[in-house]
Write a protein that binds this ligand. Structure first.
Ligand code: XMP
Length: 530
């Protein structure tokens, strides 16, 4: 599909996907492979460049992740980052030793601006000689490999970057891929676009065109079935498949009664018969089935399991009505591929398998995953290219089990209605406050949360309303700022906004007499309530 490829070789460091994302931001397609990947396989891919990532071990230890010397002799430019930089030096005859002190955090670095990495030798993006970089290492390059020269240093690190221009080999001790290295993306750009000579042919408009062609080729006259959740990934997959094969695609959308207010209708408005996409849309209103199954269940993991299992049952029934299909489509994206251990080295066990097990219950011949090579921000761009509304494409994450994990204790239709209404008011007010701020100040306020929602605590307490005593539920408001959803801080929403939300919820939502704002960060809290 695309001709230019950079291979990112994964040594198990924590920023490996970030390295790949930064390369893609330079309009250069790249893929992540484990360091164990056979050299012949890498050669066969004919990459225009190779990047070695960071990693957790010391490269001189026995059994440490390594690579062969031949990797550096292919005539393909190689950039080693952190562990990758040290490994490159060691394998090519330099020396790596444990430093007296670990160098960690934002560090002042002095760069040789004659290096192409930093904008010298005709490279397009100039980097100032003095800048800040993000360091995280115990070991350091104590002796350069033959042919290399140092092109950057810090107070503690004599070789913060090195190069052997003739051999096309570059090493950076710090992490250019993280935001804490403000000039870092320029360095990566200089590497892939100048040193490797990539033209930058990776663009989402051409991705969409190419993907449509290859879906048509693969599917032929066959039938495709997709479980549409209304989330970003399955929606973009649906839009792409619809553009490619129209009515050969059937999307089954299960409304499990645990969606946000109006969400089922919003999904139907986009993908249903009145929407802009040509496909078969099946909406299953399974609300009551779910409420019956969930009745009396209070244990969070059991609730998740019931919701997941019921999804499979409902979907299976619908799939039976449709009969055998040729393809089951899934909205798998690149981080899912990498994290399930198929791409790189940093396999983590995914804790949330929303449609886990589905393939076991559907009669199909092959799986089709049109977004398999895309990062989330690329999926969003593809969604916009395909004409999906911004509100859908940029919507905040919503857990598969939906409001089921935002209602503490047992789930009932009454509680769902309360939390839906409270959540709707909350989001409406927060969105309005953000829009107002933007209008008045040009940019976004710094408190804009990455995820925000209302949850229903199981607490009921005494209150007064008018002259009457009430005994009603307490709603909790949550809003977090986070980059990776692994850690999060409570968002600093202006008190006035929270007050407006509080009074609207109490006035407009029956059954609520208290509103709390959750200040807890993650850890020790989680983002959801269960
Ligand atoms: P926690 O609550 O674990 O949430 O801090 C981190 C992110 O994961 C989402 N989340 C889920 N997503 N199924 C999902 O698809 C789940 O069971 C689930 N639980 C939490 C949560 O919304 C947040 O974005």
């Amino acid at each position: 599909m695309n001709k230019e490829l950079v291979v990112v070789i994964d040594f198990g460091g924590q920023y490996n996907q970030l390295v790949a994302r930064r390369v893609r931001e330079c309009n250069v397609y790249c893929e992540i492979y484990s360091y164990k990947t056979d050299l012949e396989k890498i050669k066969a891919m004919q990459p225009k460049g190779i990047i070695l990532t960071g990693g957790p071990s010391s490269c001189y230890e026995e059994n440490a992740a390594t690579c062969s010397k031949e990797l550096f002799e292919l005539g393909i430019p190689v950039l080693g980052l952190c562990y990758g930089a040290q490994l490159m030096s060691l394998v090519l005859g330099g020396k790596v030793e444990r430093a007296e002190n670990r160098e960690y955090g934002k560090t002042q670095v002095t760069l040789d601006t004659n290096s192409a990495l930093f904008g010298g030798k005709g490279a397009p993006l100039a980097v100032p000689a003095q800048t800040v970089c993000w360091m995280s290492h115990f070991d350091y390059i104590s002796k350069l490999a033959p042919g290399f020269k140092s092109v950057a240093y810090t107070d503690n690190c004599p070789v913060a970057a090195a190069e052997n221009v003739e051999a096309g080999l570059y090493a950076i001790q710090f992490h250019p891929e993280v935001l804490h290295t403000p000039e870092g993306s320029k360095m990566l750009y200089n590497f892939v676009r100048h040193i490797c000579g990539c033209m930058g042919d990776w663009r989402m408009d051409t991705f969409v065109e190419d993907a449509i062609q290859s879906i048509r080729q693969k599917v032929g006259g066959g039938k495709v079935l997709l479980a549409l959740s209304g989330g970003v990934d399955s929606s973009v997959a649906a839009a792409l498949l619809a553009k490619a094969i129209g009515k050969q695609l059937t999307c089954v959308f299960v409304d499990h009664g645990l969606l946000r207010k109006n969400e089922g209708d919003e999904v139907e408005a986009i993908f249903g018969p009145k929407g802009n996409f040509d496909l078969n849309f099946v909406r299953v209103n399974a609300q009551q089935r779910y409420y019956v199954k969930l009745a009396g269940e209070t244990e969070p993991e059991r609730k998740r399991k019931i919701i997941g299992e019921e999804f499979i049952r409902v979907f299976e029934e619908e799939a039976k009505k449709i009969g055998a299909v040729d393809f089951l489509a899934q909205g798998t994206i690149y981080p899912d591929v990498v994290e399930s251990g198929l791409g790189g080295e940093s396999a983590v066990i995914k804790s949330h398998h929303n449609v886990g097990g589905l393939p076991d219950y559907v009669d199909f011949k092959e799986i089709i995953e049109p977004l398999r090579n895309l990062f989330k921000d690329e999926v969003r761009k593809a969604g916009l290219e395909l004409g999906l509304p911004e509100a859908l494409v940029f919507r905040q994450p919503f857990p598969g089990p939906g409001l089921g994990v935002r209602i503490i204790g047992d789930v009932t239709a009454e509680k769902v209605k309360i939390v839906q209404d409270a959540d709707f008011i909350y989001r409406e007010e927060v969105d309005a406050a953000i829009a107002k701020y933007k209008e008045e100040n040009g940019g976004e306020p710094d408190w804009v949360p990455n995820q925000y929602f209302a949850a229903l605590t199981n607490m009921r307490s005494v209150g007064v309303m008018g002259d009457e005593r009430t005994y009603d539920y307490a709603v909790a408001l949550r809003a977090v700022k986070t980059v990776d959803f692994m850690t999060a801080e409570s968002s600093d929403i202006p008190f006035q906004v929270l007050q407006t939300v509080m009074s609207r919820i109490i006035n407009e939502v029956r059954g609520v007499n208290r509103v709390f704002y959750d200040l807890t960060s993650k850890p020790p809290g989680t983002i959801e309530f269960e």
